[in-house]
Design a protein around this ligand. Structure first.
Ligand code: NAP
Length: 416
């Protein structure tokens, strides 16, 4: 396999982090992975919008210095591994990166490039804001009532990949051990998966969720678990979540129990409410009482389900952004896949990648440019100039290509 050398743009600077504080220069180098399938189409469209918003907002003072890094099909086409070590090094060095969707190679030894990136870089928080943009066709009557940010643990739970096929030697050995040594009946014919959930990893995801809630003045953080059934994994997630809230944020938070026992249900000023909900009830709550929820902290699998369900509620995955965040490092990404049947057709909605870039701008401290994009996107959708996925649900819509959708957003940006 060949090696790859990435050359940063000459006038770009590196984002630094010192004592937990991020220092973002005016011309940061940001590595990007274009992605497979529809990746090049949405990348080209989203990049033009980000650049326009930054130019309009900062009038040349700030600029992103892009540096392409390879992963997925573009890497293998150049004779490189699907996830070259130099790509991981570049993300570690430059601290902030953004990517389009990646095909998972079949039979290539890697389970998923996305999971590998998250695990190799220890990007433990998958952050997915779910916000309704006016004019977007949605399946519920009041989609605007749902406005949540989901913090999904990214590194453990059943996603750790510890599982054995039914009938395999390992599954039989494990069943034998559980029966013989632990005196617990387990069929030797079962496929077996292991669900590890640790105090350390629960603490850090709940801590990230509470810190976000504090920074953004959110009223509550809800721990979403299935602890009534899985007591020592999901139940422990709930207990450790309350534990870290009390240990590190005792002055700024209050548990739902203390709220009722000590404050007659009235939230004291400057406190964030920490509550918990059983996962199945939570799926009802986001539909029936969406405005009672703000930040959700979840183990890996619950987070996977609830973030797609919430995204559907406000109009679908084509518009859902995401970020994978670790200590001093972040990788922003479109949450959908490579939609291979639409590759190269300049057809799909670039909204998911575009809004992931808005999250990136906020992370850089360039929130004004991000807000301008959100406003322009909303105005474009309200004018019913949209890509096929929204057009097919919107009466009187004018369907446009991916690149034309970007043009329309840029036009709205110039009018703000
Ligand atoms: P997908 O690529 O997300 O596509 C499923 C469907 O979602 C598409 O057929 C399309 O629906 C809709 N869709 C996706 N992106 C859209 C966009 N930007 N605008 C409008 N509609 C969009 O899922 P998949 O077909 O199951 O997966 C394909 C490949 O992507 C697989 O190799 C998978 O491993 C990979 N994948 C990667 C990621 C990632 O990189 N984060 C995530 C998921 C999957 P309609 O057909 O109804 O138009």
């Amino acid at each position: 396999m060949e090696k790859v050398i990435y050359t940063p743009p000459p006038d770009g600077e590196i984002i630094q982090e010192s004592k937990g504080r991020r220092q973002v220069p005016d011309k940061p180098v940001i590595p990007f992975i274009e992605g497979d399938g529809i990746g090049p189409d949405i990348w080209a469209a989203a990049r033009r919008v980000w650049e326009a918003a930054i130019a309009i907002t900062y009038k040349g003072r700030r600029e992103i210095k892009w540096m392409e890094i390879l992963c997925g099909e573009k890497a293998t086409a150049s004779g490189l591994p699907a996830l070259p070590p130099e790509t991981l090094e570049a993300i570690r060095k430059y601290r902030v990166a953004i990517k389009g969707p990646l095909t998972t190679p079949v039979g290539g030894g890697l389970r998923s490039l996305n999971v590998s990136l998250r695990q190799e870089l220890d990007l433990y928080a998958c952050v997915r804001p779910v916000h309704y943009y006016q004019g977007t066709p949605a399946p519920v009557k009041q989609p605007e009532k749902l406005n949540v940010v989901i913090f999904r643990e990214n590194t453990e739970d059943v996603y750790a990949g510890i599982e054995w096929q039914a009938g395999s030697r390992e599954a039989k050995m494990l069943a034998d051990f559980v029966n013989r040594e632990l005196k617990t009946p387990l069929s030797s014919e079962a496929g077996i998966g292991i669900k590890p959930i640790t105090r350390r990893n629960t603490h850090r995801i709940v801590k990230a969720a509470i810190q976000y809630a504090l920074e953004h003045q959110c009223p509550s953080v809800t721990l979403v678990h299935k602890g009534n059934i899985m007591k020592y994994t999901e139940g422990a997630f709930r207990d450790w979540g309350y534990e870290i809230a009390a240990q590190e944020f005792g002055e700024q938070t209050i548990s739902e129990k203390a709220l009722w026992e000590e404050h007659q249900g009235k939230l004291p000023a400057n406190r964030i409410l920490i509550k918990d909900r059983i996962a199945d009830a939570m799926f009802q709550q986001v539909l029936l009482r969406p405005d009672e929820y703000s930040v959700l902290a979840t183990p890996n699998l619950n987070g996977d389900y609830i973030s797609d369900a919430c995204a559907a509620q406000v109009g679908g995955l084509g518009m859902a952004p995401g970020a994978n965040i670790g200590n001093g490092m972040a990788l922003f990404e479109a949450t959908h896949g490579t939609a291979p049947k639409y590759a190269g057709q300049d057809k799909v909605n670039p909204g998911s990648l575009l809004l992931s870039g808005v999250m990136m701008l906020e992370y850089l401290g360039w929130a004004e440019a991000g807000r301008a994009i959100q406003t322009a996107l909303e105005k474009t959708i309200l004018s019913k100039v949209v890509t096929y996925d929204l057009a097919r649900q919107l009466l009187g819509a004018r369907e446009v290509h991916c690149s034309e959708f970007a043009d329309a957003i840029i036009k709205e940006l110039s009018l703000i």
